[in-house]
Ligand binder design. Structure first.
Ligand code: PMP
Length: 420
């Protein structure tokens, strides 16, 4: 059935899909009809254990009962008012409580919108134009940060100048991840408005910050009065309720959020220092608006998700799933291809790189054996486990990845590693 859908879809959509990474599943994407817990149910009557989880938002798994109930209750009360609703205050209160740096918040509709707005704020706040970003970090699909981006931009080997004015690309300065000296040098020699970073990289596979890297970024941006922006679209509420900033104990000026805070419905947010967020219209003169900003349905799903995160041991379950899986995977790979792979992980995120010994930045990630990763993906999929089809994405676990799901995964992993 999926093949049939794919043939029809290819008439309507460029490359047959509406977001490029979906077409990285070969020979064609599978179509999903239903999802529940840790499982996807495909149009081909297959049940798959899902380790993609909507590319990050579904930390509770699919169709969590509490979130479903809350969404349905809200649907019955209408889902777009064009005027504020009390739920947006409740969600903001929760975010602000867990992320003390989030003194004020603006809700938007995607991570893309969030980072675009964060740059506008940083530029307006400092009166400067240039932005430092890191090779392999991905901050969304807009013009301003695509240079040397990770995720599908790397997977599909895109040329940034296709459709983006040189004058915009020229406002970006690139450093290698974990290279704080580069940031220091650029900050000394140029007028830098802001530094934007994924505090844990989730768009080149998983890459961790070296000890002190984030702290150094904080020091440098304070010294040069530029705005430090943590892009926590993936890590926010995934690495614990306090996100990466809580985990590493470094406080940015602005944080961009998305994914989990919308419970699986479209969302983004810019949060941070009161004096910066207050520059936004209508309080200030930096423009932002959105028909769907803070829409009650998304607010409800996000709020319900955070409530479950607060009262149940979600992070513990999701993190344990990664630990158990990695014990097995490392063991199996050690026997099959000793010293010829590396696995980076933190909390409920991990990725495996074949053919390399260390991955601490995007250049090293690009040296990994992509073909072998693709084979790993295909073999897992054939046996009923779905991990991202691209090396440059993150494997996620969720609250729904309980022991029985993990144990099935372990059996499949053992077989797949044999066949690699
Ligand atoms: N920032 C990061 C760190 C992301 O991982 C993503 C999406 N994967 C985005 C921004 C863009 O978010 P969205 O797809 O919601 O526009």
């Amino acid at each position: 059935m999926s093949e049939k859908y794919w043939n029809i879809a290819s008439h309507y959509f460029a490359g047959g899909v509406n977001s490029p990474v979906r077409a990285a599943v070969k020979p064609y994407p599978f179509y999903v009809e239903r999802a529940e817990g840790a499982y996807l149910y495909t149009a081909d009557n297959k049940q798959l254990i899902d380790y993609v989880l909507g590319y990050g938002p579904l930390i509770l798994g699919h169709a969590n009962q509490y979130v479903t109930k809350k969404i349905i209750e809200q649907v019955n009360k209408g889902w777009l008012y064009g005027t504020p609703s009390p739920i947006e205050i409740e969600l903001a209160r929760k975010i602000s409580h867990h992320l003390p740096s989030a003194q004020k918040i603006r809700f938007v509709n995607s991570g893309t919108e969030a980072t675009m707005l964060a740059l506008r704020l940083a530029r307006a706040y400092t009166g400067r134009e240039k932005i430092i970003k890191f090779h392999g970090n991905y901050h969304g699909a807009h013009d301003y940060l695509l240079l040397d981006a990770g995720s599908a931009f790397t997977e599909f080997n895109v040329n940034v100048y296709n459709g983006i004015p040189k004058s915009i690309v020229n406002t970006i300065r690139i450093c290698e991840y974990n290279d704080a000296e580069c940031v220091e040098k650029l900050s000394k020699s140029e007028d830098i408005a802001g530094v934007i970073v994924e505090p844990v990289m989730g768009n080149m596979g998983v890459i961790l910050p070296d000890k002190d890297f984030l702290e150094r970024l904080r020091e440098i941006t304070l010294t040069y009065n530029s705005v430090l922006i943590f892009d926590e679209v993936i890590t926010g509420f995934r690495l614990g309720l306090g996100g990466a900033q809580g985990t590493f104990n470094v406080t940015p000026d602005l944080t961009t959020l998305g994914k989990i805070i919308g419970g699986g419905l479209p969302i983004g947010a810019v949060a941070g220092k009161k004096e910066i967020i207050d520059m936004l219209t209508p309080a200030g003169k930096v423009f932002n608006a959105g028909t769907f900003n803070a829409n009650p349905l998304t607010m409800t799903a996000g709020l319900a998700t955070i409530e479950v995160l607060e009262r149940e041991n979600v992070h513990e379950v999701a993190n344990r799933a990664v630990n158990v899986i990695l014990e097995e995977l490392v063991n199996a790979l050690d026997k099959k291809i000793p010293n010829n792979f590396v696995i980076n992980h933190i909390g409920s995120m991990f990725q495996v790189f074949f053919g390399v010994k260390k991955v601490s930045n995007a250049t090293e990630a690009k040296l990994a054996n992509k073909e072998m990763y693709q084979k790993f993906h295909n073999l897992l999929l054939q046996r009923g486990v779905f991990i991202p089809p691209s090396q440059f994405e993150t494997i996620f676990t969720s609250y729904a990845h309980k022991d029985v799901v993990v144990n099935t995964t372990l059996e499949i992993l053992r077989k797949v590693v044999q066949e690699l």
